[in-house]
Write a protein that binds this ligand. Structure first.
Ligand code: KIV
Ligand code: ZN
Length: 452
């Protein structure tokens, strides 16, 4: 890692803001299991819950604080004595506890939700942070709805809480309203205007209502934020929070634009995503960046051909770098002959050009009807195409492994996309190598015509 790269603290709030996502509530055991996974991932801070919210949440935060000793464990509290005391009660045995106090600062929230004046808000922020500081050294303050707060007033509140002991200032885009240039500008303004900002960490907490949570987070980092609050799979209130895996991989894939790094172990990202999905029962959206099941799947013929020749053609990160076992080539109507030939080989069949042409024509007709051609479909098609009565015969006898492959493939499958089976020979990315290189140039031409 280049020495000029800047370290970004990852604050994972999957267990708190993420859990506020409809259908994502977790019980005590599930929270503990996920917290262990987030610890393995290497998050610097784990927000374990909102202890005043329920007895269950209190117990879960307490258990996580007792068991997970490496990262900072944070607990959320409204800006009032009761909440802060409860948070501290849950956190006090943690190796590195943090109380996270929040209070809305926008006029909309002050008028309609809290029914307090700006002066009352300022006093409450000041007092609550001072109280939290009397219990715990590490205090984070969040002015809720910061992006719809008058920046003048926002800076006044932030300055007040720094004076009374906050060490992290988290700037939430609570309703996912801001856009990258504006959010970056706000972070820059805070850094410029705030007295005593020297040792304070500025943090970004973005919601995804306009689909810009990650872009806004990256803009905040560029403007000087050094902590990012995010969740696995981007779960969270309404449209969710900024997705941890997307922030981390943006830095890793584009260090030229984002000269920052985190302590996240990329190879655990997929496992964390799957664990969360398994615990909550909420599937990961197939085209989810980084961790969706299609993130490394290629269906179009030109793409499949390119990836088989060199994954760099259509993959900007390796599946292995985020813990996905290997690329998947989905056989569908956009697939080309190259991918079809390789899949046939993996099922134990090698064909000459003419025989492959026959198979390919039938394959395209079938794919048009059933969208995804699974191995058992393909085997049926191969057998059908090369029935003794027909003119075409495979040049090569089915390989011995075909027997096993046939048996396995003919078993009914519930999965709509099965992983592309690994070939005997794979390249550095785990992608099967083409077997006969000399006729692939011709195939490429054909793929271009047929496979698109
Ligand atoms: O979105 C938000 O404003 C929050 C705060 C509690 C930090 O989640
Ligand atoms: Zn939030």
């Amino acid at each position: 890692m280049a020495s000029e790269q800047v370290r970004i603290t990852v604050f994972d709030t999957t267990l708190r803001d993420g859990e506020q996502s409809p259908g994502c509530s977790m019980n005590h055991q599930e929270k503990l299991r996920l917290a262990q996974q987030i610890d393995r991932l290497g998050a610097d801070v784990i927000e374990a819950g909102f202890p005043i919210a329920s007895e269950g949440d209190f117990e879960a935060v307490k258990a996580i604080a007792a068991v997970i000793r490496r990262p900072i464990i944070a607990g959320l509290a409204r800006a009032c004595r009761l909440d802060i005391e409860r948070a501290w009660e849950a956190l006090k045995d943690a190796a590195r506890p943090r109380i996270h106090v929040f209070l809305a600062t926008s006029d909309i929230h002050l008028k309609y939700k809290l029914r307090i004046t700006r002066e009352e808000c300022l006093a409450q922020a000041r007092e609550s942070v001072a109280f939290a500081k009397s219990l715990c050294d590490d205090v984070e303050f969040s002015p809720e709805d910061a992006t719809r707060t008058d920046p003048e007033f926002l800076c006044q509140v932030l300055e007040a809480v720094v004076e009374t002991g906050a060490t992290t200032l988290n700037i939430p885009d609570t309703v996912g309203y801001t856009v990258p240039a504006e959010f970056g500008g706000l972070i820059a303004t805070i850094r410029r205007r705030l007295r005593g900002i020297g040792n304070i960490t500025i943090s970004a907490h973005c919601h995804n209502d306009l689909g810009m949570a990650v872009a806004n987070t990256m803009a905040a980092i560029d403007a000087g934020a050094r902590q990012v609050e995010c969740t696995i799979n981007g779960i969270g209130e309404r449209a969710g929070n900024a997705a941890l895996e997307e922030i981390v991989m943006a830095m890793r894939v584009r260090p030229d634009r984002y000269p920052y790094y985190t302590a996240i172990a990329g190879e655990h990202l997929f496992a964390a995503s799957q664990t969360l999905s398994e615990i909550t029962g909420v599937p990961v959206q197939p085209n989810k960046a980084v961790t969706g099941r299609n993130a490394f799947a290629h269906e179009a013929g030109i793409h499949q051909d390119g990836v088989l020749k060199n994954p760099l053609t259509y993959e900007i990160m390796t599946p292995q770098s985020v813990g996905v076992p290997d690329s998947k080539l989905v056989l569908g109507k956009h697939s080309g002959r190259h991918a079809l030939a390789i899949r046939c080989e993996q099922l134990g069949y090698q064909f000459d050009r003419r025989a492959l042409d026959d198979i390919y024509r039938r394959f395209v007709r079938l794919a048009d009807k059933i969208k995804h051609v699974e191995d058992h479909h393909l085997l049926e098609l191969i057998r059908d195409t090369h029935k003794p009565a027909t003119s075409a015969t495979p040049l090569f006898e089915p390989l011995r492994s075909a027997v096993a492959a046939t048996a396995a493939a003919s078993a009914p499958s519930n999965e709509s996309h099965r992983p592309f089976p690994m070939a005997q020979e794979t390249n550095a990315f785990g992608v099967p190598l083409p077997v006969a290189a000399d006729h692939h140039h011709d195939q490429q031409q054909e793929d271009y015509l047929w496979g698109v």
